[in-house]
Ligand binder design. Structure first.
Ligand SMILES: [Zn+2]
Length: 117
């Protein structure tokens, strides 16, 4: 894993739900430490793949309420899938990072006057 980014501690999940390379690397480390049985329950030895998108699941029927931020781990052979709670596993910091607001630069009055004439 020499080419893997070194996790710098939990980071908030991005608003797009895409994991950072650091979050994926931290998940691989977590799986190696915690999931020692390793094999797929359907056929045994396998390679586990971490999706680069998190699954965001509402904790109840109210929109805007609590959500679970889950890391999607799938068997490379049969696609059996498990969810790892990214918050309790220490991969995600609490909350979801806000969407970056684009900077709006107002057009100068002199530019709008000359543009139409
Ligand atoms: Zn499998």
């Amino acid at each position: 894993m020499a080419d893997q980014p070194v996790p710098a501690g939990p980071q908030q999940l991005s608003a797009t739900g895409v994991l950072t390379p650091e979050q994926i690397a931290a998940t691989k480390i977590w799986l190696e430490q915690k999931w020692t049985a390793g094999g797929c329950p359907f056929h045994g030895p396998t390679t586990w793949e971490i999706d680069n998108h998190a699954a965001i699941v509402p904790a109840g029927p109210v929109l805007g309420g609590t959500v679970f931020t889950l890391i999607v781990v799938s068997c490379a052979i049969c696609r059996f899938t498990v969810f790892v709670n990214g918050l309790t596993a220490g991969i995600f910091a609490p909350g979801i990072a806000p969407v970056a607001t684009p900077t709006i630069i107002p057009i100068e009055a002199s530019e709008t006057e000359t543009a139409g004439s």
